[in-house]
Design a protein around this ligand. Structure first.
Ligand SMILES: [Fe+2]
Length: 287
């Protein structure tokens, strides 16, 4: 038996060990994972020390992860696996709003705000009026779509990155009868992804920057439509071409207009500069 045959025999044996998996899709996944994982180890001629370092790395990723810190999603993001998965599952329907990475900072139980309400709730930054319409790919407005939004404050931090049970810069609202939605928030800021853990060490060791261009996250659900997970990016941000998690798409880069102190569309009077952005959301109708 040659070295190559010995190595192939290990792979074949493991692949065969999954042959009796009754769930076809699970069988496909674990057998393919085995083949690709083994091919990777052969490709780099993985040493015992490197295998140990890899196990130690993943162990630290796991130890750091809890209900507020998601180091595994961050790892997937910086490896581009998140964005590749988004691409593989891109909606077929032309005209639907494009999706991008989910990221590690979504929280299930964001507070409900009324249409026109303020999701900042203490998050520091320049006030930002966000409005638009939720429509279906057939052009009809969607009433009652559930819109969840979340963003970093002007210091580049999400609420969950602060001590305590802070909830700010996130909220949930529903589109009105005409599909319209609107809310106050703060102008999103560019930020460095958390780099005090193993993912940060990986970036440092490979000479990569942790910065993400400023963005506002959206998750939008409506009956009969595919859930949209996306963000909008602030046009002109210096990090648009070097997003640490590869999430930027041209169609998601929008103008955030700088406004002078004065009266906003909802009648709110601001004595400081503010910003506004309009973003229509088009959901793919499910057949
Ligand atoms: Fe983000």
């Amino acid at each position: 038996m040659t070295q190559q045959e010995r190595e192939q025999a290990v792979t074949d044996e493991v692949v065969a060990s999954f042959a009796a998996t009754s769930d076809e899709r699970l069988r496909e996944i674990v057998q393919s994972l085995t083949r690709h994982l083994h091919a990777f180890a052969r490709d780099v001629r993985l040493s015992q020390e490197e295998w140990e370092a890899g196990i130690a790395f993943l162990t630290r990723v796991g130890h750091l992860t809890d209900d507020k810190r998601q180091e595994f999603i961050l790892l997937s993001d910086v490896l581009g696996l998140s964005m590749l998965t988004v691409g593989i599952n891109a909606p077929a329907a032309p005209g639907a709003t494009e999706s991008t990475v989910f990221g590690p900072f979504f929280v299930e139980s964001a507070p409900e705000v009324p249409l026109g309400g303020d999701i900042a709730r203490g998050a520091a930054g320049t006030p930002c009026w966000v409005s638009g319409t939720v429509r279906s790919t057939d052009g009809s407005p969607i009433a009652g779509a559930r819109i969840e939004v979340w963003e970093a404050d002007e210091d580049g931090f999400y609420d969950v990155q602060y001590e305590g049970d802070r909830s700010a810069g996130r909220g949930r609202l529903h589109s009105g009868d005409d599909g319209g939605y609107r809310f106050w928030s703060v102008r999103p800021s560019s930020y460095g992804i958390p780099d005090d853990g193993p993912v940060g060490e990986l970036l440092a060791a490979t000479g990569r920057a942790p910065m993400r261009p400023a963005h506002l996250h959206f998750k939008v659900d409506a009956a009969g439509h595919r859930t949209l997970i996306t963000h909008i990016f602030v046009a002109g941000d210096p990090h648009l071409d070097s997003d640490a998690v590869f999430g930027v798409k041209e169609s998601l880069v929008v103008d955030f207009a700088e406004r002078e102190p004065g009266t906003a569309p909802d009648g709110r009077v601001l004595d400081t500069p503010w910003t506004s952005v309009e973003f229509d959301i088009v959901l793919e109708a499910l057949r």
